[in-house]
Design a protein around this ligand. Sequence first.
Ligand code: COA
Length: 274
Amino acid sequence: MPNYECIKVENENRVTTVTLNRPNKRNAMSPQLNEEMLDALTRLAVDPQTDVLVLTGAGESFTAGMDLQEYFRDTEHDPVLSERAKYVMREWSYNKLRFFPRVTIAAVNGWCFGGGFMPLVSCDLAIAADEAQFGLSEVNWGILPGGLVTKDVTVALGYRDAMYYALTGKTFDGQRAKEIGLVNDSVPRAELDGAVRELTETLLKLNPVTLRSTKEALRMSTDMNYEQSADYLAAKSAQLTMRDPERGRVKGLEQFLDKKTFKPGLGAYDRDKK
Ligand code: COA
């Protein structure tokens, strides 16, 4: 991995943690940070050491959203720069992150504003610190939630909550984010790393190829009708059987039906057993 200035990439035991790393600027997403994220995610998508990806922020912030100076003001009179900045932001936080071929988890450690909702909603799973503060602050300074933020909140939240927070700009904490379904769980800040570790340990016991197909199936079928979904999911299941070098389905059935060493209702099959 190159030496990035605005992000940090670390790998431990098949979990890659990407940290937005401009704590003095509350991890605001500048064009440089966005370029680095695009580069890192492009590399990590084919990294054999990455089975789970965690996205978090350094210091007291997940991200304070788009960098108001560098992303907005510094590009507003240069259409080429502005177009590039928007393209790179959308490319990493929507395309690369949402369709990342491994499970992704947002660990929301602190402030999460505006454009920060894009990477947050693009992650498959999210755990917040109770102390984290979320806000669709765009309305507070005269813009609407642009990029794909508006779309993301209408997908991730119910209609009333999306309207309420977009129209008032009010902040809410991790527990409220859990109540409205924006994150899966919220725990005291001191327990956030432990909660993320527990989740990654569960995921690491599961077959990564099955996880990838499951994630893709969920993402893709959301926008299909029932007939399309049935056909797509049948094809997707066949693809998984072909794609899986571990032959998980065969192993799972053997361990349950023949060896009687495993109960599929209660956890993962033993991936190491021959
Ligand atoms: N863009 C650019 N710089 C930002 C920023 C942003 N989104 N958010 C924070 N910063 C910078 C501040 O300008 C300040 O820089 P400086 O030390 O060089 O003056 C530094 O980060 C610290 O910010 P500060 O406001 O002093 O920190 P705080 O802890 O008191 O407040 C926030 C934190 C996140 C509540 C506050 O910074 C804020 O409201 N940021 C904007 C959030 C927002 O609405 N983002 C939406 C963008 S779409």
